[in-house]
Design a protein around this ligand. Structure first.
Ligand code: SF4
Ligand code: SF4
Ligand code: FES
Length: 247
């Protein structure tokens, strides 16, 4: 296979780096160990660009842009940290907290939660907005997994991984606006889903305590989102192990 070479010059906060044509600002930044917070983005899945936590500034453009959904272009000048971005990111994360029930002290993902980590990284120490936290019914009908919609931030990682990697397409978003909520199959309880293969990928990628293993106690739930990039790469590059090699 021909080695891919970077073909573009891009600058992050005044420091010039090399970029590959077709990669996003977020991918390029991560390759160069430049920290930009993100939530809905997950390497290996399609880009959704919905959470807006990854906002950056691009020279000559007054609007902040989502780094995960913005392709790099030649001589692009990106600002990843500024007082304005700091305030935007903090407000976005606070709004996510205000929208649901994110009482970390009683959450199965406490200590292993990307939402919690992002809140810390953007400097959130309280929520300035009134909590909406509508009471949504927990779906505990699946024998192995549990879905708590009160902790869901609608990042759609589960929707995408189930559709794009597992090929089952169990999850979707039903309703609109403030009533938007995840649904399984045709809005049946998850445990009655005939398309779920029990693979656990949706649980592995959830950045909050919304999807967990049945029986997990506070702080016990461990997610494993990194495995998806490995799966996606192996599939794309045809790196599967030949079963005959193992026998
Ligand atoms: S366990 Fe697998 S098949 Fe079932 S909903 Fe989750 S990702 Fe889809
Ligand atoms: S259940 Fe988890 S992965 Fe799915 S949309 Fe909600 S927060 Fe994201
Ligand atoms: S991570 Fe970029 S919009 Fe969510």
């Amino acid at each position: 296979m021909r080695e891919r070479r970077p073909t573009l010059d891009v600058s992050f906060d005044g420091v010039e780096v090399e970029a590959f044509g077709g990669e996003s600002v977020l991918q390029c930044a991560r390759r160069h160990q430049i920290e930009i917070p993100s939530l809905c983005y997950l390497e290996g899945l399609s880009v959704w660009g919905g959470c807006r936590v990854c906002v950056v500034e691009v020279a000559e453009d007054p609007r902040p842009r989502p780094a995960c959904a913005t392709p790099v272009t030649a001589d692009m000048e990106v600002t990843t940290h500024s007082p304005r971005l700091k305030e935007y990111r903090k407000a976005i994360v606070e709004l996510l907290f205000a929208e649901g029930n994110h009482v970390c002290a009683v959450c199965v993902s406490n200590g292993n939660c990307e939402l919690q980590d992002v809140a810390v990284s953007v400097g959130m120490d309280h929520v300035r907005y009134e909590s909406r936290s509508p009471l949504r019914l927990i779906d505990a009908s699946h024998p192995k997994y549990l879905f708590d919609p009160n902790r869901c931030i609608l990042c759609t990682r589960c929707v995408r991984v189930c559709d794009e990697i597992e090929g089952a397409h169990v999850w979707d978003i039903g309703s609109r606006g403030q009533h938007a909520v995840l649904t399984t199959d045709l809005n049946q309880p998850w445990g009655e889903s005939s398309s779920c293969t029990w693979c656990g990928k949706c649980v592995a990628v959830c950045p909050t305590g919304s999807l967990s293993y049945q029986g997990s106690a506070v702080g016990e739930m461990q997610h494993h989102p990194d495995m998806i990039a490995r799966l996606a790469t192996a599939r794309r590059e045809g790196e599967w192990i030949d079963p005959e090699e193992l026998s």
